[in-house]
Design a protein around this ligand. Structure first.
Ligand code: COA
Length: 156
């Protein structure tokens, strides 16, 4: 968890306005943090996905999203529900923002060790396009998405 926080990366992300990091404390101790940004996912990644649909007539190059760039829970707090609570908080924030500007997806480029966690949170893998195959090969991460429409449909 410290690797990212102790680097200059957080400050640079903040300064360049490309990612906002939120620190989570419990009784004065840092227990988790996450970084989110506005983003979009190229339509080709989900267009023919069985878990996603858009009206055929819509011609979008990208689907608006909020990307979870970083998420880490301290070792002593893992497997105690904190990761779930953070994902819920981000989803609620995204739904709130989507009342003012379009946001359809939560996105993450998940590391192998966290695939199971995001699956449990309801995230799905994007279609393995040529780009996605390259990403997997180069970085070992997989792009996963959560469709916020499934939540807002529940609300209405
Ligand atoms: C991945 C991480 C954020 C999960 O946070 P957490 O607080 O431990 O998650 P939760 O306690 O809310 O777990 C929710 C569910 O996911 C499961 N889970 C948690 N981490 C998991 C993992 N790495 N793989 C598979 N399942 C996992 C839990 O067992 C739990 O399942 P249950 O509801 O059946 O009991 C945390 O383990 C972490 O910080 N890991 C190191 C950094 C990292 O990998 N970040 C993600 C980068 S993309």
């Amino acid at each position: 968890m410290n690797d990212f926080l102790c680097s200059d990366e957080v400050a640079t992300y903040e300064k360049q306005k490309v990612g906002r990091t939120t620190l989570v404390y419990h009784q004065g101790r840092l227990v988790a943090y996450y970084t989110i940004s506005n983003d979009q996912l190229r339509t080709e990644y989900v267009k023919k996905h069985t878990g996603f649909s858009l009206p055929n007539e819509m011609r979008l190059e990208g689907i608006p999203a909020i990307t979870i760039g970083r998420l880490a829970v301290s070792k002593e707090w893992q497997k105690r529900g904190l990761g779930t609570a953070i994902i819920q908080k981000i989803a609620m924030y995204a739904l709130h923002c989507s009342t003012q500007s379009g946001i359809r997806l939560l996105l993450v480029r998940a590391k192998k060790n966290a695939f199971g966690f995001y699956e449990k949170m309801g995230f799905q893998y994007v279609i393995e396009t040529r780009r996605e195959k390259q990403r997997i090969q180069n970085y070992g991460t997989k792009t996963m998405f959560f469709d916020l429409k499934t939540l807002s449909d529940l609300e209405s």
